[in-house]
Design a protein around this ligand. Sequence first.
Ligand SMILES: [Zn+2]
Length: 349
Amino acid sequence: MAFNWKEQETISTLEKLVNIPSPSGYTMQVMDFVTDFFDQATIPYIISNKGGVIATIKGQDDKRHRLLTAHVDTLGAMVKEIKPSGRLKLSLVGGFKFNAIEGENCLIHTAGGETITGTILLHQTTVHVYRDSGTAERSADNMEVRLDIKCDSAEDVRKQGIEVGDFVSFDPRFTKTESGFIKSRHLDDKASTALLLELAKQAANGETLPQTTHFYISNNEEIGYGGNSNIPLETEEYIAVDMGAIGDGQASDEFTVSICAKDSSGPYHYGLTRQLIALAKEQEIDYKVDIYPYYGSDASAAIGAGADVKHALFGPGIEASHAYERTHTDSLKATAALLHAYINSPLGS
Ligand SMILES: [Zn+2]
C-alpha cells in the first residue's frame, strides 16, 4: 500500500490529544479519547488493568506479531501542600525541573471533579519586592501555584475542594506556525500517539498487513512502567515510537525521523535497528541515527520487565523536550513514512 501522508488529520488529532490533561496517573479522559478513536475505526482492543489500550489488526501471518507503542501520559504535578497563604506547593510527576514550568498556566483537578485554574510562579517573582527574583533557586520550596480564586488562607482553598494529592496539569499552548513548526507541551509523546492512531486507522482500511500488528497506547511511560506488561506472547518485534532528543552533539533534528541506536538503558536490538535504517534508505525517508544520553523508553521498560522481544525506538525529533517543546511537520511526516514502511514490510528473521 502506498504511503499517504494525512497531515491535517494527524495534526488535528495531535491538537485534540495535547488539550486533554493527562499527567501520568490521571489519564482516564485521554484513554477514553483513544478508545473512542479505535471504536470509530472499528479496530478491536483490550484495556489493561493499568489503563493501557492495545488495539490489534490481524495480518496475513497471525503467528508472529509485531507491536508498536506510544505513550499518552505526560509530565504534570500533584498538590503537595496548601500553604497558609493560600498558595500551593507542588510535587512533580515525571522527569523535569521547575524552571521548565515557571510562569505556566495550570489546572488543578479536584477530587470533586472541579477544575480550577492557576499559574506556576516563583514565590519571589515580583521584582519590585524581591531582590533575589533572578537568582532564587527554582525548587519545590520556592515554586508555588497562584490560584485564580479569592483566597488568602489554606481554609479558603480547601473550601474550593482543593486537597493534597490533587493532580495538576500544564497549559500545552498548542500552536502551529505558517512555516510548519508545531509548538506545544507534551509533543512527547502525543505526537507519536497521533501518528500511531492515524496509522492504525489507515491500516484497518487498507490491504491486509503482512503480520498481525498491535498498537499499544500506554499511559505510564513518564514514570517508568508504560508498555511493559500485557505484551501478547506472539510478539517478536517491539517498537517504541517516542521522541528523538535534540541538543549539543546530537544528530537528531526537527525535520527527520530519529532512530535510536542506544540510550541510558543500553543498545537497542542491533538487527531490528539496522532493518529500520535499511527501510528508511530504501524508501528515501530522511532519518538520523542517534544516541540519547539521558533517556529510557517503553521498549527498554518492556525488556527490563522480562519481555523476550527484539526492541527498537524511533520517532520525531522534539526540541526543548520536557519543556515548551517544538517539532516540524517534516519530522512527523518522516516518522509516519517509516512507520508505514515498517508495518508493511515482512518481519525480520
Ligand atoms: Zn516520551
